[in-house]
Design a protein around this ligand. Sequence first.
Ligand code: SF4
Length: 358
Amino acid sequence: MTKKRKVTFPHFGDYCVPIEYLMRQGLDMDYVTPPPMSKRTLELGSKYSPDYVCAPFKIHLGCYIEAIEKGADTLLQTGGVCRLGFYGELHEQILRDLGYQVDFINLAMANYSKPYTFYREFKKINPDLSLPKVSGALLTTIRMVESMDAADDYIRRNIGFEQEEGAFDRLRADFLNSLALVESQKELRYLAGNYMKRFKAIPVLKPKRPLRVGVVGEYYSVMDPFSNHYIEREMAKMGAVVARWMNISNSLFHYPKKEIQARIRGYARYNMGATSMATIERALRFAKKGYDGIIHIKSFGCTPETDAMPVLQNISADYKIPILYFSFDSQTADAGIQTRLEAFYDMMTMRKGAAATG
Ligand code: SF4
């Protein structure tokens, strides 16, 4: 009988819940959730990372170290369509140099168009894996991610306007705790439906024409609230409706690549990598729908999103829509972000007021 692995994966929003499900139910591994991300996570990651590497690399490294301290012995690493594809090897080298005796499952070694290759990578660590069991758990994991994303879409549209402050956050925390206990797809279906009804039952008081802000940007920074200094929450607190298309369901399970390329042909003909095309397409869509502003989020040093910025400026000029750009690094301070968000909000309010009276 093989010893149960204690596997971990860096924080990525709240997606650690479905990842844990997959590890436990599908791969027969224990899961070690890294400690909540903090200043220490960033400091640890930055201390041992190359200076100019993008922020997700540093954050992941910090999470790995903290999870190892908590008992993890196997690190799950992801591949990606930018330099992220090389990060696994570099993390491994750094952690080995630091003396950590851990194993790695590097999904960059798998081929995304051949699902079997993922099974092959996991089997290297757990030779007793059962393909039917992994497949079943994977399906439930996908449904779990979809139910989280659907709930978050609804919450994002309404959270600034609940009559009882904190009602959405409390119910969401409850929802995640319940998801963590799910054992089957049937249970998940019931739970997700039930919580969606409860989210919709929270009384909200929304003005007729609230400010609407679209959020676009780099994959990790845009989806991980800690990495983007909780920008969406801050905008919601000010009273803006926040919309964001980028999530795991849309980007991994239902990514409309051809449609995106066709829709932005007038602005960008060649793929600039990673999430850049989706960023442009969403920004264009927000502009066409008459949103009051767009917030672009990226990590410092992110080449694909840097390349997308001149295109966003063209969209901004053509549709007269303001765009606020954030580039985050481990050094970025909360106070500066807050000031810029407040100024952006005030500017959007004035423009909306002027448009209504003029
Ligand atoms: S998309 Fe940008 S920030 Fe994200 S891993 Fe790639 S280069 Fe780094």
